[in-house]
Design a protein around this ligand. Structure first.
Ligand code: KIV
Ligand code: ZN
Length: 556
């Protein structure tokens, strides 16, 4: 029998909705964020966070700008209880941050939860019970009224316990757990029952949180459910509608975004999407999605490396290198055509102008990344990548004809070694091939005389051991040097390309020259730096001559 049998499963029932409006909505502002790393994220870890790790995660969440943070499930875990006490007793909660705690709709647990919150200035008490058919029928063995009774009773207890601590400003939150797998009419009935108990007002709203506890359908189906809920629930103007999606189908972020378009106000999620099974909705990714559309996400994600470091230290889960926005490789191009396009676009990107760079949806610098890692070179890379690295790291602006020569060498190095080629390796290849090894001759002194048609040079070159005087003439200075060197070496020489540019301040030379020289009928390329352009050009010619001499020797 084949065990991989799709007939075991049923399609998810979709809503018969004819008044769908969310597809033409746009997200224009950040939602109210709630970070649930310390509760839902923590509950999903192989090893739950230690006190130290919780404190680190808390500090990071506060630093990033979260104003609502679910810190645990104090009635279910002594560690969560103690952490809640530490936050309150040690005065760790900034004025503008509200802690949130989760509790099941059971009297004893609600009482213990309020014990944990004693002395807090403000807090959100988040109560939940399961509502879906499978939970009703198989887990709780209760009918719909039984589920409503649990929710109502829990809501009443949450309110009555709050009354006992008048110095604390409480806000109430209710989640119909497994909302997205619950019949929409029933989900609304349960929430209406809770709302009837809490009697929220526009000035004192309660939070109704709609979880996709297990993601079972495509995100458009979730958006339909959210829109239907917002349309039909009682006292919509007195509710903050919150979404809490999980990522079983890989669409938690999409579902939450479409849910916002469908009318929700608030989002619960975790950093980098840690959470049960495939995880919670990733707050970082959604915030960056907004940021990349020109919307202020109201979170400061500018230190991406700190975020990934702290999250992986606390969760002991490494960040995937291709994780949206923050992965190590997400701003790196290996492909030659991508590198070429990035190099061209970065070259044209004006300071202050809207970002418009092919293959880079945002400026990696915004996340504290540099351009260093944008272009990395392997056997798939082309001339653009090599040229980019030489320019960024070593100040060389290779002319096109030289880029082709250089990338050919780097690519064959990558193919031979079957690995990425580092910036330093590229530089070593360029130096040894095009900048001459030891014993390359250098121009020591020169004199140029001009008349109307001809230039004459007299110069001294030295290879460190021997000194030669050379003389020649031509219709330009470089042609005159070529003539002089041709006489000295006995080789026919012709410059086929040359180019030069100034070097930035701080470099030990002020100019660099690139020369392609035909010697004995073969083309050689040389690069040289010097304090003046002419010396750089002549020294680049001398590198080419050294290559030609070596070629001649090895042919013997
Ligand atoms: O996923 C879920 O349904 C939850 C609730 C407790 C909100 O985490
Ligand atoms: Zn959850």
């Amino acid at each position: 029998m084949n065990t991989f049998d799709h007939q075991k499963y049923r399609p998810f029932p979709v809503l018969a909705k004819t008044d769908r409006r969310w597809p033409s909505q746009q997200i224009t502002k950040a939602p109210i964020w709630c970070a649930v790393d310390l509760r839902d994220g923590n509950q999903a870890l192989i090893e739950p966070m230690s006190v130290k790790q919780k404190q680190r995660m808390w500090a990071l969440l506060v630093k990033l700008g979260f104003k609502e943070i679910e810190i645990g499930f104090p009635s279910a875990s002594q560690e969560d209880f103690d952490f809640c006490r530490w936050l309150i007793e040690e005065n760790q909660i900034p004025e503008d941050v509200t802690i949130q705690v989760l509790v099941q709709a059971r009297d004893a647990l609600i009482e213990r939860t309020y014990e944990a919150l004693r002395g807090a200035k403000k807090a959100i008490v988040h109560v939940y019970n399961s509502t879906s058919p499978v939970q009703r029928d198989k887990v709780f063995n209760l009918d719909k009224q039984g589920i409503i009774d649990i929710a109502q009773k829990g809501a009443a207890k949450v309110a009555s316990e709050a009354n006992k601590q008048p110095a604390t400003k409480f806000r109430f939150q209710y989640s119909p757990e497994s909302f997205s797998s619950t019949e929409i009419e029933f989900a609304i009935d349960v929430c209406n029952a809770v709302i009837g108990v809490w009697k929220p007002t526009p000035e004192n709203p309660c939070i109704i949180n709609l979880p996709a506890t297990v993601e079972c359908a495509s995100p458009n189906v979730f958006a339909d459910q959210v829109e239907a809920f917002c349309d039909q629930v009682n006292q919509r103007d007195s509710l903050i509608v919150s979404l809490h999606t999980h990522n079983d189908r890989g669409c938690a972020i999409a579902a939450a975004e479409l849910g916002l378009m469908a009318g929700a106000d608030r989002i619960e999620g975790t950093l980098m999407g840690n959470g049960e099974r495939t995880g919670n909705m990733d707050n970082v990714t959604m915030a960056m999605n907004l940021y990349s559309q020109g919307i202020d996400p109201k979170l400061d994600l500018s230190n991406a490396d700190e975020i990934t470091r702290v999250v992986s230290e606390c969760t002991q889960i490494a960040t995937h290198p291709r994780h949206p926005w923050l992965g190590e490789l997400v701003y790196t191009a290996f492909s030659g055509s991508h590198q070429d396009a990035i190099k061209k676009c970065l070259g044209q990107q004006q300071e202050g102008a809207p970002w418009d760079v092919a293959y880079l949806p945002i400026d990696p610098k915004d996340l504290g990344r540099d351009y260093q890692s944008v272009i990395r070179v392997n056997s798939q890379s082309g001339k653009g990548g090599v040229a980019y690295i030489l320019e960024q790291d070593f100040g060389l602006q290779l002319p096109r004809w030289m880029q082709i020569e250089a990338s050919r060498l780097v690519q064959s190095h990558a193919e031979k070694n079957k690995s990425e080629v580092s910036s330093q390796e590229i530089w070593n290849i360029i130096q040894t091939t095009f900048m001459g090894g030891q014993n390359v001759s250098k121009l020591k002194a020169y004199q140029v005389d001009k008349n109307d048609t001809l230039e004459r040079v007299s110069a001294t070159i030295s290879d460190g051991e021997q000194v030669h005087d050379i003389n020649g003439q031509g219709d330009g200075t470089l042609a005159a040097f070529c003539d002089a060197l041709s006489i000295q070496t006995g080789m026919p020489l012709e410059i086929t390309h040359y180019d030069q540019h100034a070097l930035s301040e701080g470099s030990d030379a002020s100019a660099v020259a690139y020369v392609q020289l035909k010697a004995n009928g073969t083309r050689y390329c040389g690069i040289a730096k010097d304090h003046d352009v002419l010396s750089a050009n002549v020294n680049a010619i001398l590198v080419c001559i050294q290559q030609a001499k070596r070629a001649a020797q090895s042919a013997v």
